[in-house]
Design a protein around this ligand. Structure first.
Ligand SMILES: Cc1cc2nc3c(=O)[nH]c(=O)nc-3n(C[C@H](O)[C@H](O)[C@H](O)COP(=O)(O)OP(=O)(O)OC[C@H]3O[C@@H](n4cnc5c(N)ncnc54)[C@H](O)[C@@H]3O)c2cc1C
Length: 479
């Protein structure tokens, strides 16, 4: 992932009492982990910072673990003093997930990066939590299989499970939730639990795998994951096509899906985003709403699918398809999409993005985007818009001067209106980024009090002393 200069722009929640480790606990962890235990200011700051606009809130110490047993050792030691424990993958989350709001010990999983097993016969692989999706796919290169979940960043599998991540391939292969078989987790008393067998399906008891998926480190630590693999299709083809309006581009994707075309990827970029990627990637794409599409199937099936989508696109005023078939051509075609976030930041020198994450049912998507664009225009915001439209999910990057209170307030107000709009359309406050700190205030509105009460009961049962990533998702235990 490109480096991002994080300039904080958002006010943090009011300070709560820190639950810092005692000198005895610090000495124990230093003795056990030696140079893999750190209290250096630079390391603490890095682990108390994510890609959100919040001010950093560093932990008191960081431990780089090498095994499930080591993670369990840290949890047991911290649990004795009720000191918070925060899991850390690569730090690419965007909603304040990682901030140590009550201090505590951060467990960095980046050195637990072994691919433990690849089972082509079962279409699964088992990895340690710190393996990134890039590392897993590199290990799969010669196998004919791939791991499909692709958030923009080269995130860790543990972090992707914890945030229930998704991305450009989701329209075809599903989210992290759909690609999980089993997890190994460390519980609040330091026990090691396996959430499921390796079977493709099971009716044996509660679905703990899905409970931990999306729990954002608040219920336990994920130390290993068994994930699903997919065979590469015989052929791929990528296409770029421009449209007169965002609505036309969105309608093209929705109709294609409704016609049963199994699009492998369907990403929409608005005209402002295209202007940004042209400047950033030195491309000469027409500055109109644009679809980036990918097909994956046999050559004959791709031709058939492309014919259907071309006809639908034509009905919506879409232009000529610009095709790429060879891997290097496809990669050249998709590069601007992959760099869209960083390209957009450069639309406004020194800016910071407040990134939204609305997701609505497909039938409401075009209307929701229309209303959102009208809102952007009415409030004079600089906000490129792009997204995984095949999932009903889109992001606005509201670009603000981090030092301008007025711009930050306007961006927060826009984000609030967008969440309300998504909820009105039957959608969610967060399609893929997660709750973190920023979306906590919408949980009751989205789910209702009885549902959030159930979530709090789960938190209370699994983490009675609120040591795992406190202050996130459902807030303090019993709150
Ligand atoms: C440019 C950019 C584009 C992005 N695009 C997308 C996108 O398209 N789709 C998407 O879903 N996300 C996207 N994201 C957000 C981010 O990449 C995901 O949230 C990612 O899944 C986080 O993984 P990570 O390894 O960085 O986790 P971290 O940020 O390190 O941690 C995230 C959360 O998971 C917890 N956690 C981490 N590891 C563990 C563990 N082993 N056990 C328990 N808890 C743990 C942390 O405590 C924290 O609460 C994007 C981010 C950026 C910067």
């Amino acid at each position: 992932m490109d480096a991002v200069v994080s300039t904080p722009a958002r006010s943090n929640a009011p300070a709560v009492d820190r639950r810092s480790p005692s000198p005895e606990l610090v000495a124990l962890l230093r003795r056990r982990f030696a140079e893999r235990f750190s209290t250096s200011q630079a390391v603490l700051l890095q682990h108390g910072t994510d890609e959100s606009a919040y001010l950093p809130q560093p932990p008191d110490a960081v431990v780089f673990v090498h095994s499930t047993d080591e993670a369990a050792f840290v949890v047991r030691a911290c649990a004795r003093e009720r000191v918070p424990v925060i899991g850390f993958g690569v730090g690419s989350s965007v909603e304040g997930h990682l901030l140590a709001v009550e201090g505590g010990v951060c467990i960095d999983f980046s050195q637990m990066n072994k691919v433990l097993a690849i089972r082509p016969g079962d279409l699964t692989a088992t990895v340690e939590a710190g393996v990134t999706r890039g590392q897993l796919n590199a290990a799969l290169l010669e196998t004919g299989f791939f791991f499909s979940v692709d958030p923009g960043a080269d995130a860790s599998i543990g972090g992707m499970v914890a945030t229930a991540a998704s991305g450009t391939n989701t329209v075809r292969y599903g989210t992290m939730r759909d690609n999980l078989v089993s997890l190994t987790v460390v519980t609040a008393n330091g026990d090691v639990a396996r959430t499921a067998s390796q079977a493709r399906k099971s009716s044996a008891g509660y679905n703990l795998t899905q409970l931990y998926c999306g729990s954002e480190g608040t219920l336990g630590l994920i130390t290993e994951a068994t994930v699903r693999l997919h065979p590469h299709p015989e052929a791929y083809a990528a296409a770029v096509v421009h449209f007169p309006t965002v609505r036309a581009a969105v309608d093209c994707v929705i109709e294609s899906i409704q016609m049963g075309v199994p699009l492998a990827r369907a990403e929409m970029l608005d005209a402002l985003t295209i202007r940004a990627v042209n400047a950033h990637s030195r491309t000469t794409l027409s500055e109109n709403p644009t679809l980036f599409l990918e097909f994956g199937a046999s050559k004959a099936q791709i031709d058939e699918q492309a014919d259907i989508v071309r006809e639908i696109a034509g009905n919506h005023g879409g232009g000529a398809f610009q095709w790429a078939n060879r891997p290097e051509e496809r990669s050249r075609l998709w590069t601007p999409r992959h760099h869209a976030y960083f390209a957009c930041l450069q639309l406004k020198a020194g800016s910071r993005s407040l990134t939204t994450d609305a997701c609505v049912p497909l039938s409401a998507l075009a209307q929701c985007i229309d209303e959102t664009q009208a809102d952007i225009a009415a409030h004079g915001l600089l906000s490129p818009l792009f997204g995984h439209v095949g999932d009903g999910n889109f992001h606005c990057l509201v670009l603000v001067d981090p030092g301008s209170a007025a711009e930050n307030e306007a961006a927060e107000a826009f984000s609030h209106r967008l969440v309300q709009r998504a909820l009105r359309h039957g959608g969610t406050s967060t399609g893929e980024h997660g709750v973190g700190l920023h979306k906590m205030k919408y949980l009751v509105e989205e789910h209702g009090e009885p549902t959030v009460a159930l979530m709090r009961a789960v938190k209370q049962a699994l983490d009675p002393h609120n040591i795992f990533n406190p202050g996130k998702v459902v807030g303090p235990a019993g709150a």
